[in-house]
Write a protein that binds this ligand. Structure first.
Ligand SMILES: *Cc1c(COP(=O)(O)O)cnc(C)c1O
Ligand SMILES: [Zn+2]
Length: 477
């Protein structure tokens, strides 16, 4: 239990469109037969049902104490993700095991809601994308080892965090892997741009939005020898399933009465979370599926539009995105939409309940700031989740469930939006009016002119007196 598992399974790609199966010994992103997106399937998964759900729980709990390096991160749940990898292939950079922080009493009372955030910003590159990269790079390493490749170029299109994670893992692995990232110029935050640059990746940009970058990268992957690291890469989905396993483990494998909220952009993460929950249910690791809510901004809501239609005749159409503060989820044509469709049907067949709620840009910013003013480190997408919970409550879609909100990245990556909110400089196209009681700005207590006039001692005393006056401090007796 404490050492690396010795059993290996067979895995294959399965096309979500035509059902064709393909060998994992090739780097595949779409089905060679029909172009559909793929999912990875463990052909021997059924064998795991011979082990009781309780035993699985014990195995995963015991591994919390393991000092096996390869099991320290997301691969604690090895059998549920990629039981084809060897110990030496697995990369661990401190990914996974992000803290679940329960909302303070004041925040719960203020909103009349019961919930916690899982702070994915405490992953190594400060977003959940590290889970996926740990999966994708571990698989790439196994391919390099088995095929003796001496040169491999990875590429991804990104709204910021995918490239930060790809560049970090690529930099760690080093030869023979080189990392290139393609960004929409001016559409990632300065913090996010600094990450792949700092990791030494080749950073390319084009005018446009994420959807434009994605098309270029897909064209490249179709015509040239490159390894694609977007969530079309199914190994990323496997790695991101670890989020669901961790949430279950956090609550002692009991997700009855829980509701999970996940922001949807390219829909890789919601796919992964759903897939993980389904696997745990199939192995009786959890008895009941939690309720699952996707959240989208009204400025980028194709998945919401689809699921808000009558179940019998839903049609999917991509949307033209408008600017969103939840920039990492600002995607009009999510690559993983067919995966969501497929898995949501399975989820419901197993007794689960999948919903998508739509929130305004205003609600996203207000929620992010309220959360952080109560001790969280939510990014705008984390704010989107909280806004989603508030909306679900308003619409009567949720009752007394305890909600676990995915704060997908660290607040610091999106500090620019906070600053614009505080200074009232958010461009009009977001449609956000900052609430005065949620704004916070620094207050200068003494001027440079005064400093120039005063001795050092006088300056210290005057600054202190000014603070005392500003804060209404009482003098010591
Ligand atoms: C990528 C990302 C999302 C969206 O996740 P998808 O898998 O694309 O749906 C949300 N929040 C953050 C911070 C992200 O980096
Ligand atoms: Zn196919």
């Amino acid at each position: 239990m404490y050492s690396f598992p010795s059993v290996r399974h067979k895995m294959e790609y399965v096309c979500t469109k035509c059902g064709a199966r393909h060998s994992i010994d090739e780097l595949l992103y779409t089905c060679p037969a029909c172009g559909g997106v793929l999912l990875l399937n463990d052909t021997e998964f059924e064998k795991y049902t011979e082990i009781s759900g309780k035993t699985w729980q014990e195995i995963f709990d015991a591994r919390r104490a393991s000092d096996c390096r390869a099991l320290k991160g997301i691969f604690r749940f090895y059998e549920l993700m990629a039981p084809v990898l060897e110990e030496e292939d697995i990369i661990y950079l401190g990914d996974g095991h992000s803290p679940v922080v329960e909302a303070s009493k004041a925040l719960k009372d203020k909103l009349g809601l019961d919930f916690a955030f899982k702070h994915e910003g405490q992953n190594p590159s400060a977003s959940f994308k590290d889970r996926g990269m740990a999966g994708a790079f571990s698989y790439l390493r196994s391919m390099v080892r088995r095929h003796g490749w001496d040169n491999i170029l990875t590429i991804c299109a990104s709204t910021g965090d995918t490239s930060a994670a790809a560049a970090l893992y690529g930099a760690y692995v080093g030869d023979p892997i080189k990392t290139v990232v393609l960004l929409p110029e001016g559409k990632v935050t300065p913090q996010q741009l600094s990450q792949p640059l700092g990791s030494g990746a080749t950073v390319l940009q084009i005018p446009g939005v994420f959807d434009d970058c994605m098309k270029v990268v897909e064209y490249l992957a179709a015509h040239y020898r490159v390894a694609l690291l977007n969530s079309k890469n199914s190994w990323r989905i496997l790695g991101q399933e670890s989020y669901a396993y961790e949430v279950a483990q956090e609550y002692r494998w009991n997700l009855a009465g829980k509701a999970l909220f996940v922001p949807i952009g390219n829909a890789g993460n919601i796919t992964a979370v759903m897939s993980g929950l389904i696997k745990m249910k199939r192995l009786n690791i959890i008895e009941e599926l939690p309720r699952l809510f996707g959240v989208q901004s009204h400025h980028a809501d194709p998945v919401y539009q689809y699921y808000s239609q009558n179940k019998e005749h839903r049609t999917y159409s991509p949307v033209e995105v408008k600017p969103s503060v939840a920039q990492a989820a600002m995607i009009g044509n999510p690559v993983s939409f067919p995966r969501v469709q497929k898995l949501a049907a399975q989820y419901e067949a197993l007794g689960g309940d999948f919903n998508v709620v739509q929130v305004t840009e205003q609600a996203i910013m207000d929620a992010m700031i309220i959360a952080n003013m109560h001790g969280h480190i939510a990014c705008t997408q984390g704010g989107e989740c909280l806004a989603g919970l508030i909306k679900a409550k308003e619409e009567g879609k949720i009752g007394h469930e305890f909600a676990v909100l995915d704060a997908t990245a660290h607040a610091l990556k999106f500090a620019g939006f906070q600053e614009m909110y505080f200074t009232g400089t958010l461009p009009g196209y977001f449609g956000i009016s900052p609430k005065e009681n949620l704004q916070n700005l620094p207050h200068t207590v003494i001027s440079q002119e005064r400093k120039n006039l005063l001795s050092k001692e006088e300056y210290t005393a005057e600054a202190a007196h000014n603070i005392a006056k500003y804060m209404n401090l009482l003098e010591k007796q």
